[in-house]
Design a protein around this ligand. Structure first.
Ligand code: GLU
Length: 479
């Protein structure tokens, strides 16, 4: 048997990371089993359809590195892969299910259904049309009466199945309503469409959120009524934004694309979301896609919900950045460096190497490099360091020493600058730390900087460094 899994998003908004995790697990499982991963767009709910959401699905999967073997733009012989393009099918299958005894025509009108509502406004259908005679049904259909087709849930049975994550799930048929499969407009409900589609697309393993866990016995009765083989099921617990609230695209939570725009690496986000609800046997955290494909196992899927922790994802992203080669980091950091320095001629490679170990997400770069373009009058109190015994007067001498010795320095790199400043300090009787501290503030005009004095000098280049040291020295003298 070839494993066939599918990801079936509804284009009702952006893709939050809970949706994406469902797709990811279905992908990992298919790849691990050398199977087929299918993308199906479930757009039957036209009222909730959001413009552009389908394109966003394609974009997100591509950025996340989740490739499908079959989908709307990749025909594998089981199409169409968009539900609205399959509309003709559902009616035909619903009628067949009626013939097979698994469904029936229902002519009850709105008023009648309203009258069935309990005090909470919920109605459970009372099976009123379940036993209409064939002749009556034929007559009413011929008269053009509006109808729906309902599931004919067998009476007195227990519908059971073994969920691959949650184990045995049983529901008494008395607790299953004869729900609508085909609506009066001829369109299917989700309940019916997902069964027909999963069957016709040869899906062997249905992987989706736990919100469908308890409805699955009902879907299985439809498979049984058709005489179709049931798929296996893997239901995944939700991802929460805190102890009580689920992540929700309706409330703008945790959109994958927003994280990428914020300077997260797609592979780090994908790695992080894989760990939301699954833990590999060896508890590894940082994994490539191939490693995840290999390590994925159902026994490691958690039964309880997990909480999305952006700080943890941020940390993991930082690990990814640090593990990159200098060239790889430069490539991803460049747009952010350019954002920080504009047309100023700083050495971008140098800045990238300064930033690589200092940011967890790329969007921290502009703020960390702000000192490059933003320099001027600053607070002289920043030059006071009690422990190092630096005050304004010591700072003036320290900055002058740094300026004097650096002015004649030929090679402007970390090693030479360090040696030169150290020598200058020794000759003057000041401590190396005192000079370095004062020089760092004088070069940046900032109390907190993304590196020490030497690194700041390298980043600024020789002439800008000397200009700033002179400026700060004058400023200190005037203060
Ligand atoms: N379209 C459904 C959703 O987005 C998918 C359900 C399923 O995978 O069966 O929730």
């Amino acid at each position: 048997m070839t494993v066939r899994t599918r990801f079936a998003p509804s284009p009702t908004g952006f893709m939050h990371i809970g949706n994406l995790r469902t797709g990811l697990y279905a992908y990992l499982f298919a790849r691990q089993n050398k199977g087929c991963f299918i993308l199906r767009i479930e757009d039957t709910d036209q009222e909730r359809k959001v413009e552009g959401a389908v394109d966003m699905v394609y974009r997100t999967l591509e950025t996340a590195g989740i490739s499908y073997d079959e989908g709307p733009d990749k025909d594998g012989g089981y199409g169409p892969y968009v539900q609205t393009e399959r509309m003709g099918l559902y009616k035909q299958y619903a009628q067949r299910l009626v013939e097979l005894g698994g469904a029936y025509y229902c002519f009850c009108d709105k008023e009648r259904l309203e009258s069935l509502k309990d005090e909470n406004g919920v109605h459970t259908y009372d099976k009123h049309c379940r036993d209409l005679s064939k002749e009556e049904v034929a007559r009413r259909l011929a008269a053009g009466e509006p109808y729906v087709i309902r599931q004919k849930v067998p009476e007195g049975v227990t519908s059971e199945y073994d969920d691959l994550v949650f184990g045995r799930i049983s529901v008494d048929s008395a607790d299953i309503e004869d729900g609508v499969l085909l609506k009066s407009d001829g369109l299917p409900t989700y309940n019916f469409a997902n069964v027909v589609d999963d069957h016709l697309m040869g899906i062997t393993h249905v992987i989706r959120g736990t919100e469908y866990l308890s409805s699955t016995p009902k879907y299985n009765l439809i498979y049984d009524a058709f005489g179709w083989e049931r798929p296996q099921y893997m239901h995944l617990p939700p991802i929460m934004k805190d102890a009580t609230r689920k992540l929700s695209k309706r409330f703008g939570d945790a959109n994958f694309e927003d994280f990428i725009a914020k300077g997260y690496l797609p592979q780090a986000v994908v790695n992080y979301i894989a760990l939301l609800g699954w833990c590999p046997k060896d508890n590894r955290e940082k994994m490539t896609m191939d490693e995840m494909i290999e390590a994925f196992d159902i026994s490691g899927i958690s039964h309880s919900s997990s909480i999305f922790d952006e700080n943890k994802m941020r940390w993991l992203n930082g690990e990814y950045l640090k593990a990159m080669s200098a060239e790889e980091f430069y490539e991803v950091a460049l747009p952010w460096i350019e954002k920080a320095i504009g047309d100023n001629g700083f050495d971008k490679k140098e800045l990238a190497s300064l930033m690589q170990t200092r940011v967890d997400i790329l969007s921290e770069i502009p703020q960390k490099l702000a000192f490059l373009c933003d320099f001027g009058e600053h607070d002289v109190n920043m030059y006071t360091h009690q422990k190092m015994k630096v005050d304004k007067d010591v700072a003036v001498s320290a900055v002058r020493i740094a300026r004097d010795c650096l002015a004649s320095l030929g090679e402007w790199d970390e090693e030479h600058i360090k040696e030169c400043v150290k020598q200058g300090a020794e000759n003057s009787g000041l401590k190396g730390g005192q000079v370095m501290f004062s020089m760092r503030v004088a070069l940046t005009g900032a109390a907190v900087t993304p590196g020490g004095a030497i690194e700041m000098a390298v980043a600024l280049g020789k002439s800008e460094s000397l200009r700033r040291l002179a400026f700060s020295e004058q400023m200190l003298l005037k203060a």
